[in-house]
Design a protein around this ligand. Structure first.
Ligand SMILES: NC(=O)c1ccc[n+]([C@@H]2O[C@H](COP(=O)([O-])OP(=O)(O)OC[C@H]3O[C@@H](n4cnc5c(N)ncnc54)[C@H](OP(=O)(O)O)[C@@H]3O)[C@@H](O)[C@H]2O)c1
Length: 263
């Protein structure tokens, strides 16, 4: 193991539900003090309570991460109240499953705001401190960033943007000892697939329970692995795509037609 999470201070965004909540508890079970944030205070309190069973200093803050100008001050507050931040997990995200015919400009901008601009602002706010502590940055992207799924242009573009940011950031941080990680969840059973104002989610792939992502992500960080798809077989599909992107898109179009026929 190269990075021991025990005793570290970890901030997880979007941890009121789903992957963020499960990861927060996972970090706490590893002995990390966990800070969590999102908009829904009651849910955050429940998650923070479960984290405190393992890591008593864990705590929660309510914040709307769409408010970019509030993020530097929020980062200072978290750092002061948590006693520093070693690991930032940029997990908060929103879908917007709509075809390009239905995506208007405000919708596209709202997706980029939460899935790209907000994690980047939080990252740059915490960068000096995490570099000083030789910490870790984790970005929760999506298989959509690499698989060009039907009806997800805004979402996939926002996730491709954050993946590219993370890759370049690791190169820029080459002399610091800091590691950057990117997670590519496939289909994990969370609220993401039940939010209003979205087309139906994919039906061809069976959703994994949220706990299935926790140990692989923690192990990725502990062993300095740059990226991880969950389930891992998505990694083989990524590799196959770049041999012939046109042929890959033909396959995706056939998949989209089969989805239409089954709806
Ligand atoms: N589930 C999957 O299969 C899957 C696949 C690929 C990628 N992902 C990615 O995994 C991450 C977690 O998603 P999830 O599946 O766990 O979905 P989720 O249960 O809907 O969790 C999303 C989290 O983001 C928070 N959030 C959303 N907008 C926010 C805002 N404006 N301010 C603060 N917090 C905000 C939500 O909290 P509040 O509503 O309380 O603010 C919630 O805690 C996302 O980045 C998602 O894109 C998920």
């Amino acid at each position: 193991m190269s990075y021991d999470l025990n005793g570290k201070h970890v901030l997880v965004s979007g941890a009121s539900t789903g992957i963020g909540a499960a990861l927060a508890e996972g970090f706490a079970r590893r002995g990390a003090t966990v800070g969590i944030c999102a908009r829904r205070a009651e849910l955050l309190d429940e998650v923070a309570g479960r984290c405190r069973e393992h890591a008593p200093g864990s705590r929660a803050w309510t914040i709307d991460l769409a408010d970019l100008d509030a993020l530097p001050e929020f980062a200072r507050t978290v750092s002061d109240e948590l006693g520093g931040v070693d690991v930032l997990v940029n997990n908060a995200g929103i879908p917007k499953r709509k075809t390009v015919f239905a995506l208007d400009t405000p919708t596209i901008e709202s997706v980029m705001l939460i899935n790209f601009f907000s994690p980047v602002r939080l990252t740059t706010a915490l960068l000096p401190e995490i570099v000083e502590r030789t910490g870790r940055f984790v970005f929760v992207s999506s298989v959509a960033a690499r698989l060009s799924p039907p009806g997800e242009a805004a979402y996939a573009a926002s996730k491709a943007a954050i993946s590219a940011w993370a890759e370049c950031m690791q190169v820029d941080l080459r002399d610091t000892g800091v590691k950057v990680h990117v997670v590519y969840p496939g289909v994990i059973d969370t609220e993401l697939f039940h939010l209003p104002d979205n087309d139906p989610g994919p039906t061809a792939i069976e959703a994994l329970p949220v706990d299935a992502i926790v140990d692989p992500v923690l192990t990725m960080i502990e062993h300095d692995r740059f990226e991880l798809a969950v389930p891992e077989w998505f990694g083989d599909i990524f590799a196959g795509k770049y041999k012939d992107v046109g042929a890959f898109l033909e396959g995706t179009i056939a998949y989209a037609r089969s989805q239409e026929a089954s709806n």
